[in-house]
Design a protein around this ligand. Structure first.
Ligand SMILES: [Fe+2]
Length: 280
């Protein structure tokens, strides 16, 4: 049990109740040195056996797990941002399916732009393209999942079995980066569920700080098991697509799901009203 975990179990104020002047600085004060995320990723990926990892990704039906991926200084910055953004958490509860908190890309853009910079790292995207064998694009500005933090901070926080379904015209890849792991939560998964020729292959990992899970959202069946009392788990996910087009009715379904299950109506819909100035 950590002091942080105890702090988090107090009622978290919603984003709307936190005046701007009280918002935490999720990054060091001006003048403090931040790591260069692109250079850090380039240095780390140069050390990896990418050919072997690509083979692993294919063999596991578009899934890869690495326990140690990010440079320690990058992980440290993500941890600092995740803790500083706790007052911005939007809590959600869908009986029987999920319970937890999240901070969308819109809030991250305003308060933790280092994360947005890491998301757009050319070195990162280039290496992920090597793994999946496809050209990857960043998600549209309106997508709150493009980069988001997910918090498991109260007993029972979890998400049930699901796919990261693509509502886009192309495929949707998920990159999950471990940020804080002070919990008993597991990422359980099943490989090959969409391939009738290959038996399902179950697996389970802890998403340790700086570790990576990369997968095709429509292929990997997965869940996060429930957090215990006084535990804390935070993950950061990046979403990349192969075609960012989306049909209008799928856009509507996607927006409703995001509003109800993740980020709240304010975050999802205020940004879609023409002429309305977005707020976090
Ligand atoms: Fe998921």
């Amino acid at each position: 049990m950590s002091e942080q975990a105890n702090d988090i179990t107090l009622d978290d104020p919603s984003p709307a109740s936190v005046p701007s002047r009280q918002r935490p600085a999720a990054e060091p004060a001006a003048g403090a040195m931040l790591p260069n995320p692109d250079a850090c990723v380039a240095e780390r990926t140069a050390r990896l056996d990418s050919k072997q990892l690509r083979a692993d990704f294919v063999r596991q039906d578009a899934f890869l797990h690495l326990e140690d991926f990010l440079a320690p200084e990058v992980t440290a910055q993500l941890v600092a941002s995740a803790r500083a953004l706790v007052p911005q958490i939007n809590r959600n509860y869908l009986p029987g399916h999920k319970q937890g908190g999240s901070v969308s890309r819109h809030t991250i853009d305003e308060l933790a732009p280092f994360i947005a910079e890491l998301y757009r790292s050319k070195a990162l995207i280039g290496w992920l393209e090597q793994m999946c064998g496809e050209k990857l694009l960043v998600s549209p500005d309106s997508d709150p999942h493009a980069y988001a933090l997910y918090y498991y901070t109260r007993q029972g926080d979890h998400i049930g079995w699901h796919y990261d379904t693509s509502y886009y015209d192309g495929r949707r890849y998920t990159l999950l980066l471990g940020v804080i792991e002070e919990s008993s939560c597991r990422l359980d998964y099943e490989l090959h569920t969409r391939n009738a020729q290959v038996p399902d292959e179950p697996g389970s990992v802890q998403t340790t700080p700086g570790g990576l899970v990369f997968f095709d959202g429509d292929k990997l069946r997965h869940r996060i098991t429930p957090a215990g009392a006084n535990e804390m788990r935070v993950s950061l996910t990046f979403e990349y697509v192969t075609d960012p087009g989306m049909r209008p009715w799928l856009r509507f379904i996607s927006n409703m799901k995001d509003a109800v299950a993740y980020f709240g109506f304010r975050q999802v819909f205020k940004r879609l009203v023409p002429g309305q100035k977005p707020r976090s």
